[in-house]
Write a protein that binds this ligand. Structure first.
Ligand code: KG4
Ligand code: ZN
Length: 333
């Protein structure tokens, strides 16, 4: 079985993992520079690439150590080629190319979105055709996948990605960064029917989350008018979070099922950072059960950015015949 070292540095997490074939993850190491970005309310590219530079050697070493492997016992290096922040991508790509050159190992570039798309299949076999939803901080995309390598986009966001909307709404509410986890937590105490936020729920498969973010902003302005510097009551914040989350989740669930119906697929696969959200997972589960559809959501260690999904996809690509290219430059997407 092919042993693959995966490297992922597209955004703020420095990740390395070792996989044996696409399904056996021997190690999965993530070092996040999140705390350095949090005071700025978002990712600062320059800080991210510097943090990658500082972390990459020890993260890769740790992933090899945990997997009881060395560069000499690895057959292939798979590295995220894009899309992502150029400075961040360059750190991973340069490291992978240098390591491959010195150890005489092949190196394959992997598409970050496809890695999220196939992440639900790391711990189970892929069944085609399926509809895949990649829902992260940078993307919200629906694919119809008829076979490996044939991934057609059925719908995508026209403006903000779902995760980005969580991040921006958290910022509006002063809850910090990243927004997903804090909004999910606050929403647990909130009433999801308190405010009627609506996503653009046309009958297509594209998404639009920028309108709902603005609707939250206007609602917050209205609620804070005349309060001076007094912040909103915690219950109001919780209600805003629950109502916002409800509308995003309802839209994601509705369009994913619609896409599966249109593609005549009986399997829906969901990956990406927002798939970490328990409420989304539960709503998807309930909707899939109602439709008699199978649902595979990526296991939590493979939702947020990680290199296990990169190593796993690298193994699939290599076994399907993809060979290294000498032009392994960032693909900005
Ligand atoms: O996949 P990911 O780690 O990076 C990208 O490829 O973008 O996704 C990060 C996004 C962020 O926007 C973050 O707020 C969101 O995933 N996220 C969540 C949750 N955890 C992370 N969104 C909703 N609920 C969560 N629990
Ligand atoms: Zn990602």
């Amino acid at each position: 079985m092919l042993t693959v070292l995966g490297i992922e540095t597209s955004c703020d997490e420095t990740c390395a993992a070792v996989a044996q074939g696409p399904g056996r993850i021997l190690s999965n190491v993530v070092a996040s520079s999140l705390t350095l970005h949090a005071p700025h309310g978002g990712i600062i590219p320059e800080i991210a690439s510097r943090a990658h530079l500082e972390a990459i050697v020890s993260v890769v070493d740790e992933s090899l150590r945990r997997a009881k492997k060395t560069f000499k016992t690895v057959d292939l290096i798979a590295v995220t080629q894009g899309p992502g922040l150029i400075g961040s991508l360059l750190v991973g790509l340069s490291f992978a190319r240098a390591a491959a050159l010195s150890c005489r190992r092949p190196v394959l570039g992997v598409d970050h979105l496809k890695a999220h798309l196939y992440a639900p299949f790391i711990d189970r076999p892929v069944a085609y055709p399926f509809v895949g939803l990649v829902v992260s901080g940078g993307h919200t995309t629906l694919y119809r996948v008829s076979r490996f390598g044939r991934e057609e986009v059925m719908g995508a966001t026209r403006d903000d990605a779902a995760g980005e909307a969580f991040d921006k709404v958290a910022k509006i509410l002063g809850l910090g960064y990243p927004g997903g986890p804090v909004i999910e937590k606050a929403a647990l105490r909130g009433d999801r029917e308190a405010f009627a936020f609506r996503c653009d729920c046309g009958d297509g498969l594209d998404f639009s989350f920028s309108g709902i973010k603005t609707a939250v902003l206007y609602k917050v302005r209205e609620l804070t008018r005349g309060r001076g510097s007094r912040p909103l009551a915690p219950q109001t914040v919780a209600d805003l979070c629950a109502s916002f989350q409800e509308s995003v989740v309802a839209d994601l669930v509705q369009k994913s099922l619609r896409a599966a119906r249109r593609a005549r697929a009986r399997l829906l696969a969901v990956g990406g950072g927002v798939a970490f959200n328990e409420y989304l997972r539960q709503r998807l589960q309930a909707a899939a059960a109602r439709e008699g559809m199978r649902l595979y959501v990526a296991a939590r260690p493979y939702c947020l950015d990680n290199a296990a999904m990169v190593a796993s996809l690298g193994a699939r690509l290599f076994s399907s015949g993809k060979r290294p290219s000498s032009r392994l430059n960032p693909a900005l997407g």
